[in-house]
Design a protein around this ligand. Sequence first.
Ligand code: PLP
Length: 473
Amino acid sequence: MRSALIFPNIMDPESFRQHGHELIDWLADYFTNIESYPVASRVAPGDLRRALPRSAPEQGEPFDRILADFRELIVPGVSHWGHPGWFAYFPSNSSPPSVLGELLSAGLGVQGMSWATSPAATELEQVVMEWYRRLLDLPEGFTGVIQDTASTSTLVAFLTARDHAVADRSRLVAYWSPEAHSSVGKGARLAGFAADRCRVVPVDQRFAMRSDALSEMMAADMAAGLVPAIVVATMGTTGSTACDPLRAIGEICRRHGAWFHVDAAFGGSAAILPEIRPLLDGVELADSMVTNPHKWLLTNFDCSAYFVRDVGALKQTFSTSPEYLRTAQDDEVANFRDWGIPLGRRFRALKLWFVLRSYGAEELRVMIRQHLALGHELASWVDAEPDFERLAEAPLALVCLRHVPPALAGDEVALAAHNARIMERVNATGRVKLTHTTLGGRYAIRVAIGAFRTERRHVEEVWGLLKGMIDDR
Ligand code: PLP
């Protein structure tokens, strides 16, 4: 029967139900068989674009045909971050409860810009952020809000710090270490910190920021009439999961009145373990902190938890109150449009709520503990292998290593080329995916353990491949 809507009702509730079941079936099979896919896509640049029409269809197409194209054209171009052989970049997990939460969020189509635009979106976000604050044992004075990414969270910190500082903008200085994520320098730039107002504070042997150097740099800046405005410290750097000394840095910030932002995007979730929480020691002194459930906490992208001490300062920077958004409840509720950059906000709290309730804190701790144990085990295998070198400590299940054949020892350029070749050959098997970085000028292959399907046999496999793909030419 033809719908009474003016706009044709292409997918009525019954066909939505049918196709929805098909898609959930497809995903359930995908989760079961994910290991049979090559971890990283093998398509070449342009393959997919060439396979698809240049314009949108004039007439609607049957969903079956769209789904067939998804299977045949799109899936080969997908890299499988949930594959147990995913050791690249950083863990970015999805999980079945999270996917279902995301589905509901999309289906509800809520815009959570204000409390009044969907009260549950705001209040559930407040509840899950408080749950997460407690799980991380963060100070009671911290209040959480979900941002899309850590990059946005850090930009929010820069913008707030800039407005909070009591000096004209041209004199404000920002500090971070060379191991900080690229989003930090980007955030500073976007917030208007000129290059000559950005300081890169040296790191120690463990790739952690040297607080003594920070202190000296701040003193020199102040002597020159400048104003230290913000320091960004990292708990769990992207390169090697190094952890900056938060307490010492926080004390320096307090002394000089600088905003203290902690980037724990990657490693922060591990602080739900009491044995890892000491790596966050000193976060009590922070003004803001970011950690990403969309990395290690089984919540699919995007879901970045931003905690802030002074909500008033945050709102001062981001509040807007045009007539068309005003409501009778504004004085008694949180309107999250005032806590960040975008106006429209997705109902992200649903998926995090599904995850926290489905797994429970204990199961999440078990998973992260297993990853950490696997990281320590791999580190011990590397240490025991004479021609392999570990390039950093591995506090958070990321092992940085390289092969150093005696003939190449000391030749950094040759070692980089040699290890890049090993990594390429390992990746070409399609069984695992690795990426690299440089640490102290040395090429490092990174093995980031944290995909939730990864078991000991997968770590054994990546280690076997690394040893087996040595090209001694
Ligand atoms: N900070 C750190 C330490 C990271 O490791 C990453 C991502 O790897 C980011 C920030 C950026 O995260 P997002 O993609 O959420 O912006």
